[in-house]
Ligand binder design. Sequence first.
Ligand code: ZN
Ligand code: ZN
Length: 255
Amino acid sequence: MYIQEISIEIKTTANKNVLVDEFQLLMSFYRGSGQTQGKIESQYIAENKIVSLPYTLEKNSLARKYNNFYVNNQIQKLEELCKSTLQFRTVGKYSNSYKTPCTCKKSDFFILTTNYVSIDSPLTCGTCNKSVPLYRLPVYYDYGYMPILSWETNYISCDSLQMNCEVGERWALNQMQDLKSPLSKQGFKICKKIGELTSIPTYYFLYNYTKFKGDNLSRSCPGCNKKWGLKKRLHDRYDFKCDRCKIVSEISNKT
Ligand SMILES: [Zn+2]
Ligand SMILES: [Zn+2]
């Protein structure tokens, strides 16, 4: 994970508030194209310069080849308004706890998963267990990946509620661990489409905390009712995997 600096010098008398708004729009387009992570970048204006410090999975995530139609259009608009050129600089590496992204030539499968503190990609490689930058996928929708990021935001919101405990904890948990919840349905739809676009089976991670008392590997899959316990724990996280329903899960740590 890297921290990048994107900046532009203002060489016109255009209203700075308008320019800041246009810059923010560019940052949201970078997120939609899968090039920046987490929607948590700092942004500031210093004298005649607008600066933003987004997180990216790779050093070259902001390379022009990954730009989509909206990013390119907005860069052009901003450069015309400011009468200067957008500048890029890699500031440094973020926390070492973030692994480098997947470099597999072809992943055996993908897993859609995130959590309340993650700024990784919501797509993980099932082969190496590393993050898959969304810009490596074929275009998902409207030049980018917004429906995947919308699920990610919803999931993180539910996970935050259940971590904070006081408001909507039970409701949020059900969203995360019920196969038929709106959150799971949204996730399954994404898995199915990524599977179709890439020809790589894409699994949904089903959260499991308190739902199954006395949880054990012989418990059957909540989708097809068949055996899905793994003989060997996968990536030190997954205890269950159903290849029919395309779900992975873990043994409840409450039992
Ligand atoms: Zn991989
Ligand atoms: Zn199943």
